[in-house]
Ligand binder design. Structure first.
Ligand SMILES: Cc1cc2nc3c(=O)[nH]c(=O)nc-3n(C[C@H](O)[C@H](O)[C@H](O)COP(=O)(O)O)c2cc1C
Length: 485
């Protein structure tokens, strides 16, 4: 009896970028082919978006930070960061999205924005604006931020405590949902064809949300009329207990970084289980792993390419990134100090973890040089180097073992890393039936293309934000009636 061939899970592929000379590749702006320094140019981003859309990438995803990496050799010292172009200087990614959207039709745009430093009323307006201007192709990567330098510049002495940031974020999201879903009734805006004579929109279909909470008071109404998705597609990357609980409640896609699929699997299972416990469709949550892929014609050529690129990696910049991510200044340790054995428990546990998981480092001393060399390309994510066959095999293993749905592909050099992926890897993935040859919904919204269902523009019914929807025929949204009871 022949077994029935199950269709393979279709991978989600995003390009992982930042509007800075270097993202997870400190120093690579010095590599002759690198165009990272063109981050200020709309042409640079538009041409990248067009190239990625032609290759059918689901989205370009922009990371963002609101301060410099100034912990290493600090306090408040950017000297090691600036020459490396290590996520500094950095522009606000949101402004470039409408230009990229105007030059493309289906690719999505994920944009990072913080719930710690941005008022929900303003953020909701900005995302609605860009959702309108992109025909529903914007996603929000919700972050709570981690840099002390950001806190200082936003008028705080130090960061708001970690779990408190997530409590604020939770109320923030409820304000945003009320603005996006519950402030304008479905059908509130008249069209010329039906009833514009009656006015632009029905004033009875636009309401104040009158949110009064612990952290925010927002009367509303939402300044923007409803966009195609209303709530932008929601992405989140948190690895702590509070972060995972937040993701399980709010995220439609989660990002994870890890060396091996075996190691991220428990986090994936935990988020899916927590989402299920909240009544959400947990299988529908997209899990996307961060990864650097260096692919070439053969394994040898790919390794040679990686070695060539690595020469441009800036070790000081890499240690500066480590300082910002972890809050620890490694300059306070001797150069030959092996960090697997330091007293500081957070550093010791991080480095011991790397020592036992990073391929090719067995038996190696984990001193500053090793850490810097490890972090100079691809950050803390897995690095997969090889021919298209080797890389595709590894991606399949990640899907099977890690239960991931796709990958956020970072670059060692922009756009060269993507050019290689497009030339070598994507055809191989398509041959294996692992990657689509066209968008599920051409010209569709971010959400339609992530869920591969035409018409799936709004939050899924089981998402907690969906309870705020104000449906046609309702005098006020149901949630408001329930709250008034
Ligand atoms: C793959 C990945 C991408 C991230 N991108 C950003 C980012 O662009 N900006 C940011 O402020 N934080 C970013 N973060 C940090 C997380 O959003 C989160 O704030 C951080 O991991 C601390 O939360 P946690 O303690 O729950 O992990 C990222 C984390 C991961 C794993």
């Amino acid at each position: 009896m022949g077994s029935v061939q199950q269709p393979k899970k279709q991978l989600i592929l995003n390009a992982f970028a930042m509007q800075s000379p270097c993202h997870l590749n400190p120093g690579l702006h010095r590599y002759p082919n690198d165009q990272g320094a063109n981050y200020k140019s709309l042409k640079h981003w538009v041409s990248l978006a067009q190239k990625l859309e032609a290759a059918k990438f689901h989205a370009i995803f922009f990371a963002d930070v609101l301060g410099g990496y100034d912990v290493y050799k600090g306090p408040a010292n950017l000297d090691p960061t600036i020459p490396a172009g290590a996520q500094f200087p950095i522009n606000d990614p949101l402004y470039s999205i409408p230009a990229m959207a105007a030059a493309t039709e289906s690719i999505g745009f994920g944009v990072t924005a913080s719930t710690t430093y941005d008022a929900p009323y303003a953020l909701a307006r900005r995302f609605s604006t860009v959702d309108h201007l992109s025909n529903g192709r914007v996603g929000w990567n919700i972050v709570t931020s981690y840099l002390d330098s950001a806190a200082r510049n936003f008028g705080l002495n130090t960061q708001v405590e970690h779990d408190e940031r997530y409590r604020i974020a939770d109320e923030y999201l409820s304000v945003a949902y009320q603005l996006w879903e519950g402030s304008w009734r479905d059908g509130a805006v008249n069209t010329k064809e039906n009833d514009r004579v009656a006015g632009y929109a029905d004033p009875k279909a636009v309401r104040q949300i009158n949110h009064e909470g612990k952290y925010f008071n927002v009367p509303g109404p939402h300044l923007c009329e409803p966009s195609l998705q209303r709530t932008p597609f929601l992405l989140q990357a948190g690895t702590s207990t509070a972060g995972k609980a937040f993701a399980a409640k709010h995220a439609e896609a989660i990002f994870l970084h890890g060396q091996k699929p075996e190691l991220i699997r428990p986090s994936v299972d935990s988020v899916r289980q927590q989402a299920k416990d909240l009544g959400r469709d947990s299988a529908g949550i997209k899990v996307i792993a961060g990864m650097l892929v260096i692919v070439a014609e053969t394994d040898e050529a790919a390794h040679a390419k990686f070695a060539q690129l690595a020469e441009y990696g800036d070790r000081e910049g890499a240690l500066a990134l480590f300082g910002g991510w972890s809050g620890y200044d490694l300059s306070q340790y001797e150069d030959d100090q092996d960090f697997r054995f330091v007293e500081q428990p957070a550093i010791r546990s991080m480095v011991t973890h790397w020592a036992s998981t990073v391929p090719g480092t067995e038996g190696q001393k984990w001193d500053k040089k090793t850490i810097a060399e490890y972090l100079r390309m691809g950050g803390n994510g897995a690095k997969v180097i090889g021919s298209a066959q080797t890389v595709a095999d590894e991606l399949e293993r990640w899907v099977e073992v890690g239960d991931v749905d796709g990958f956020n592909l970072s670059y060692a050099s922009v756009p060269e890393t993507f050019d290689d992926i497009i030339q070598y890897l994507i055809p191989e993935l398509q041959r294996r039936g692992l990657f689509h040859t066209d968008y599920a919904v051409k010209g569709g919204t971010f959400r339609e293309n992530m869920y591969e269902v035409e018409g799936h523009r709004r939050l899924p019914a089981s998402h907690p934000g969906a309870k705020y929807v104000w449906r046609e025929g309702e005098k006020v949204p149901k949630y408001a009636l329930d709250e008034a009871k």
